[in-house]
Design a protein. Structure first.
Lengths: 289, 309, 394
């Protein structure tokens, strides 16, 4: 019983952070058809800035996170206009290469600014320590993280499903040409989406920092995990991302718990099998090819 | 045309830089690895991040062959290449049904699995320590593997030359042209009756042979093989080298490899992180100005006509 | 024709003779090649090497045995997981720069790859820190300046039994040195009457250690031997153990996970962590104090003798001894090695002797992390004196 509790609690909290980081990429890939291997860079930059502000400037954690998210959102917007706009409609190879190049530059910049070691985090007192849930203890920090993720994802879901903006986004993902023909300003939608995706990744990187430690090679390290979530969700399928992330989080945690020797393998074997069997993702995607 | 220049330069290096032949051999081998990418990516359009698997399999196969008692280098490398090719033949029919991101993911996944498997089976691969002190008989019974690396360099150069010529022959054949057609528009090729999957698998197998032979040379010239041959870094290195040099045309890897490795080597002296900036920046620029890479820039300068990218 | 005065000729001859003596002396330079990670994720190791070497030179100068010593540094780019770079560098140093001695080679695969070079060129190579037992068997020119990784593991088991611990668990990084620690600890622990209740091999790329902490908690051991790569993995692992309440319940013994240089990466969850290793920055002996003084003078108050600093410092000392033993004759690698077998000296880490199998006989210290004077430090709580190295390389 306690094993199940452990796997659920830890797997879900891990998965929700992954969800925040990946959802931006899912939408970007669905909407703009850009394979952005540098998405993890936004998460890394967000994390570093948040922790940096907290440690060196003394900002309270919440304020630091908000500031970091705002900064990265603006950065995403700028980079979209300068770099990524050239990748729309480009061959996949070009997208892969350019975004790998961006990754290199970001890793080099992070190393120069913050050094090659892991960036130490000192959680504020209200986030440290554990709480006794009766059947086991659980870190306060993970509870808070889960709550924040759920709230944010909930808002996203509502925005995606219930607002005009969401409807326009869904239309553009399904059939860009038609959407544009009906007067939807698709380029502006792209920029907005990209900025939001980047900001969400930054949020994930910032509050996920104690779980996913910040190092300069962060963009490369978590690239594969994020791509796993994206590939299994299917492009543009925002609703699926939550379920898939939690699934990946649980499988990874359970794998490491029961078969620590093979923990790393399991998620990749799963990925390969699923990709070959259902390449559109676990939940049939609504994307027009 | 200008083609023989590269090969003449390569031979001259042996005489001009006799004390730096170790890094020169590494460059040749990485050039071969990048060339294997060109076959599968530049011609057939298969976006794979997994060629390190074939490089690694070739590398370890060559080690096992030598440790197992067969010390002849040339046949050892050939056999290792065949081993990788067989693996590609087995994986290809499944993997090559995919395109785009799923293909990238699966090839990445296979790469990671091989890396972890190699790590786990330390009794077979030496694990993290690798396999060292690999015994090789003198080349062709006569040329000793000297400390200065001269024999190794010429050996690698010969292999590179032979495989290059073979690849060119194949890519110029109707088969090669069909591959390019598949790259451009697979559906249309299917409509005119081309067995697309079969052709893709064949190109994958050829690419794997080249990568496997490169891996074998790596082991033979270093008398050592470690887990790094399977790492994602190696795969990305090959791809980046090819991109820098220019994709398609087979020379891309041959130009990109020296550029990449020398930039890395020299920029490490002034600042260890600058090389990542440089390479990242170069990549971005290369993609922006078109896929031709360095080769493309040369071509444009030489023909003095604006070429649509 | 004017006669050239004899005095003039004599003076000329004398000055030419004197000049040629100077020239002859100045040309006798011994070059030493140092291969280490001076950039990338392991740059702190390279810095340690350099600081140890420069500290030694500051104290002893660059001349020994009638020769001038010149160090040549080469970056092994260890972070790129390509040990063949180290081999290539060793080759170039020997062939192109004509070094007489080699030192450094942080990781075992690098040292393993370089063995054929040392063997063929007959060049002594001092391993400043590499700890895998099998390395010394790969070349008769290798001398170990660090430790044999099995030793602290065995001492950990002995000490735990001395304290009455009976349920043992090992959590080691999943690569060769980790496997050796796992086996050595388990063998010694059971040989002395304890019982092993579990063992885990933690994949090198792990970032989330919560599942491992959970497994350990479920097995309920009273002593845990760890061997995790220092830096992000070690920090993450200890935090996970603390979050599960294990740092208060179990005796946790490690090696280099919480060195003084790294303690700033931790929070208070690391207090109480024990480690067994062959040196301690806090040792109060004349050599260590002198070394610390020189380090502070040259590199600032934050510089502290780490395993890498001391490995390099002692390594250069042995190299000087080797050069001295070959004074007046051409440098012979094999003879130089023979000359230092059995040599004993007082190092900053305590008294050390080079054993016939080229391992070291040295002290091992049990340290505990405490908060003293407002900061985290390792404090020595027990010393194992002059521990004999394992008999033969495994």
């Amino acid at each position: 019983m306690s094993v199940v509790a452990f796997i659920l609690l830890y797997g879900v909290s891990y998965g929700l952070v992954l969800c925040l980081i990946s959802v931006g990429l899912v939408v970007t890939m669905g909407l703009m058809r850009v394979i952005n291997l540098a998405h993890g860079a936004f998460a890394a930059i967000g994390g570093y800035i948040a922790i940096g502000l907290m440690t060196h400037v003394g900002l309270p954690f919440a304020a630091a996170v908000v500031a970091a998210v705002a900064f990265v959102a603006v950065l995403s917007l700028a980079s979209e206009k300068v770099l990524f706009v050239h990748l729309y409609g480009a061959p996949e190879l070009d997208q892969v290469l350019m975004t790998i190049g961006v990754n290199f530059v970001v890793v080099a910049a992070l190393t120069l600014c913050f050094g090659p070691d892991v960036y130490p985090i000192r959680l504020p007192p209200w986030l440290s320590g554990s709480v006794d849930l009766g059947f086991r203890t659980f870190e306060v920090y993970r509870i808070v993280t889960m709550a924040v993720c759920l709230v944010v994802i909930g808002l996203l879901w509502v925005a995606f499903d219930r607002t005009n903006l969401g409807a326009r986004l869904r239309a553009a993902v399904d059939n860009r040409g038609m959407a544009q023909a009906t007067g939807i300003n698709v380029p502006r939608l792209f920029s907005l989406t990209f900025a939001t995706g980047g900001g969400l990744a930054a949020l994930g990187g910032a509050i996920g920092a104690p779980m996913l430690p910040l190092e300069p090679t962060y963009p490369f390290k978590y690239l594969v995990l994020v791509l796993v979530v994206v590939a299994l969700s299917g492009f543009g399928n925002v609703r699926a991302v939550v379920g898939v992330s939690i699934f990946v989080g649980i499988v990874d945690t359970a794998g490491r718990f029961f078969l620590p020797d093979l923990g790393a393998f399991i998620i990749y074997v799963l990925l390969i099998v699923l990709m070959i069997w259902r390449r559109q993702g676990l939940f049939a995607a609504r994307v027009a090819t | 045309m200008l083609e023989p220049v590269w090969w003449i330069l390569a031979v001259l290096v042996y005489f001009i830089f006799p004390k730096h032949l170790a890094i020169a051999s590494s460059i040749l081998i990485m050039a071969m690895f990048a060339m294997s990418f060109d076959v599968v990516l530049g011609f057939a359009g298969i976006l794979t991040l997994g060629n390190a698997v074939f490089f690694g399999v070739g590398a370890y196969a060559a080690a096992w062959i030598a440790i197992g008692g067969w010390h002849e280098a040339i046949t050892g490398a050939f056999a290792a290449g065949v081993g990788s090719a067989l693996l590609a033949g087995a994986l290809g029919p499944f993997v090559l049904r995919l395109t785009g991101l799923p293909l990238i993911m699966v090839t990445l996944g296979i790469g990671v699995i091989f890396y972890e498997a190699a790590n786990k089976t330390a009794w077979l691969t030496g694990g993290d320590d690798g396999l060292s002190n690999i015994p090789l008989a003198p080349l062709l019974g006569w040329f000793r593997w000297s400390l200065s690396g001269g024999t190794a360099y010429l050996y690698a150069l010969c292999w590179l030359g032979v495989l290059f010529l073979l690849s060119r022959r194949i890519m110029a054949s109707p088969f090669g042209v069909a591959l390019q057609g598949i790259r451009e528009n697979a559906d249309r090729m299917r409509l005119i009756g081309t067995p697309v999957l079969r052709y893709l698998v064949v190109s994958y197998v050829i690419s794997a042979f080249i990568a496997g032979a490169a891996g074998a040379l790596w082991t033979q010239t270093n008398a050592f093989v470690g887990l790094g041959v399977f790492s994602l870094d190696t795969a990305l290195d090959g791809l980046v080298m090819l991109a820098l040099g220019g994709i398609g045309g087979l020379y891309g890897g041959l130009i990109g490899a020296p550029v990449y490795m020398l930039v890395k080597h020299f920029s490490q002296e002034w600042n260890p992180y600058y090389w990542m900036f440089l390479i990242g920046g170069l990549l971005i620029v290369v993609v922006r100005v078109g896929r031709g890479g360095i080769m493309g820039i040369f071509r444009r300068l030489l023909s003095r006509r604006p070429v649509a990218s | 024709m004017k006669k050239i005065p004899g005095r003039f000729v004599a003076a000329m001859a004398l000055s030419v003779l004197a000049a040629s003596f100077q020239l002859a002396r100045a040309e006798e330079t011994v070059k030493i090649g140092i291969v280490g990670p001076f950039s990338g994720p392991f740059a702190t190791t390279g810095t340690g090497f350099r600081q140890g070497l420069e500290a030694y030179i500051a104290q002893h100068g660059t001349e020994i045995g009638g020769r001038k010593v010149q160090l040549i540094y080469r970056d092994s780019e260890t972070g790129s997981s390509d040990p063949s770079v180290a081999k290539r560098l060793a080759q170039e140093l020997v062939v192109s720069d004509n070094v007489a001695l080699l030192g450094g080679f942080m990781l075992t695969p690098e040292a393993a790859a370089a063995a054929p070079v040392a063997n063929e060129a007959k060049t002594p190579l001092l391993l400043f820190n590499a700890a895998t037992p099998a390395l010394l068997g790969m070349s008769p020119y290798y001398i170990r300046m660090g430790q044999n990784i099995a030793q602290p593991a065995e001492l950990g088991a002995t000490w735990a039994r001395q304290l009455g611990k009976s349920r043992g668990y090992t959590a080691t990084a999943d690569y060769a040195p980790g496997h050796i620690v796992e086996e050595a600890f388990a063998a010694k622990f059971t040989a002395e009457g304890g019982k092993m209740v579990g063992k885990d091999r933690i994949p090198l790329k792990t970032v989330d250690f919560a599942p491992f902490a959970e497994r350990i908690a479920n097995a309920n051991p009273d002593v845990l031997e760890v061997f995790i790569t220092p830096g992000a993995p070690a920090v993450g692992f200890i935090k996970a153990l603390a979050a599960r309440g294990l740092t208060k319940k179990i005796l946790i013994i490690g090696q280099g996970e919480a060195e003084d240089n790294d303690l700033h990466l931790y929070d208070d969850s690391v207090i109480g962590f024990h480690s067994i290793i062959y040196l301690s920055a806090a040792l109060d002996n004349p050599e260590n104090n002198a070394l610390k003084t020189v380090l502070h003078q040259k590199f600032g108050p934050g510089a502290s003798p780490s395993a890498f600093t001391i490995g390099a410092y002692d390594g250069l000392h042995i190299m000087y001894k080797m050069i001295e033993s070959q004074a007046g004759k051409p440098f012979d690698g094999a003879a130089a090695i023979k000359a230092v077998i059995g040599y004993s000296w007082k190092s900053p880490r305590g008294p050390v002797t080079i054993a016939p199998n080229r391992e070291l006989v040295q002290n091992f210290y049990v340290r505990e992390v405490e908060r003293k004077d407002g900061k985290l430090q390792n404090v020595v709580i027990k010393t194992f004196e002059q521990v004999q190295p394992p008999a033969s390389a495994k």
